[in-house]
Design a binder for this molecule. Structure first.
Ligand code: FAD
Ligand code: FES
Length: 282
């Protein structure tokens, strides 16, 4: 039997994105679409919130993008090695009840988070259009899994190298103009993409759920770090979300807050790369 928090399977999806399946039967049994875990890759490491992308009986799979120091440290772990700790499932599951026709829009890495949402809707009997957007064909991830989780999959690439030529919002607009009707739209991806999906669906009066991923520390509603403004009121993404009504979110404030630590993060990323290169050079 694997050890607690052991990485049983690791897959490289693109040069920057990998998935790990971790042995944690309790979380695997409880986690629902839209929920996340917080893990540490090393005893002195930062806490990393990652969305549960899929579960099997005993394994929790997360998909991560190497964007900085902590995710690069996580990526240094291989199959057979263990995470330091893993807590979850955290957050409120994505609401899927009562939806008969849905569009799920994922942007880049957001497709890994859109996947369980589409699957939950599909399993609950909804007809699901899944629109997955990527910069280019080489960056497309989880295509087979997404196709299996929906009725119709539309892959979009910004440069037209695969599927629909353009942004996910372009494809969604095309579908809406062609007369497609949905009970609800779910948008998961970069803040700017979610903002423009909401701008598009508002005139159609089409309920739109977005998944907010602000910086989180404790993940239990105590530090206040993950606050977002919804309808003028402060909400904590870790306990009130991460999903919110996209027509009520103050996106501009969230986008401004997301860049607060940019300089510090860039410095840590550069230091991490230097450390790795130092190790390779002997
Ligand atoms: C609820 C939730 C679910 C998430 N799901 C995923 C996922 O499935 N896959 C994935 O690759 N990423 C996910 N993220 C983002 C992921 O947590 C960050 O990319 C990671 O913490 C970056 O750490 P770093 O040290 O490698 O990068 P840094 O250089 O520290 O930061 C790079 C960027 O990551 C974000 N970030 C940094 N620290 C945190 C933090 N503690 N909490 C949230 N965001 C942070 C910031 O936007 C920052 O600009 C999720 C975040 C949240 C809040
Ligand atoms: S992460 Fe601390 S309140 Fe949400």
């Amino acid at each position: 039997m694997p050890e607690k928090y052991e990485i049983v399977r690791k897959k490289v999806l693109t040069p920057d994105i990998s998935s790990i399946s971790v042995y944690e039967p309790l979380i695997a049994k409880k986690a629902r679409a839209g929920q996340f875990v917080i893990l540490r890759a090393s005893p002195d490491g930062e806490r990393i919130p990652l969305t549960v992308s899929s579960v099997s009986e005993e394994l929790v799979t997360v998909v991560y993008q190497k964007v900085g120091d902590s995710t690069m440290t996580l990526d240094e772990l291989n199959e057979g090695e263990c995470l330091t700790d893993l807590v979850g499932p955290l957050g409120v599951p994505t609401p899927v009840e009562g939806v008969k026709r849905a569009a799920v829009v994922g942007g880049g890495l957001g497709c890994a988070i859109a996947l369980p949402v589409a699957k939950a809707l599909h399993d609950a009997g909804a007809k699901v259009d899944l629109i997955g957007g990527f910069r280019t064909k080489d960056l497309v991830i989880l295509e087979d899994e997404m196709r299996a989780a929906c009725d119709t999959l539309y892959i979009c690439t910004d440069d037209g190298s695969y599927g629909y030529n353009g942004f996910t919002t372009g494809k969604l607009e095309e579908l809406l103009k062609a007369g497609e009707t949905y009970d609800r739209v779910y948008a998961i991806g970069p803040l700017v993409m979610m903002k423009f999906v909401c701008r598009l669906t508002k005139p159609y009066d089409l309920p739109t759920i977005v998944s907010m991923n602000p910086i989180m520390i404790d993940g239990t509603g105590m530090c206040g770090c993950c606050r977002v403004t919804v309808d003028g009121k402060v909400k904590f993404a870790c306990v009130d979300g991460p999903d919110f009504d996209g027509h009520r979110i103050d996106f501009d404030e969230t986008i401004a807050r997301a860049s607060t630590y940019k300089e510090f993060e860039q410095r840590r990323r550069a230091e991490h790369k230097c450390r790795l290169e130092g190790m390779t050079n002997g």
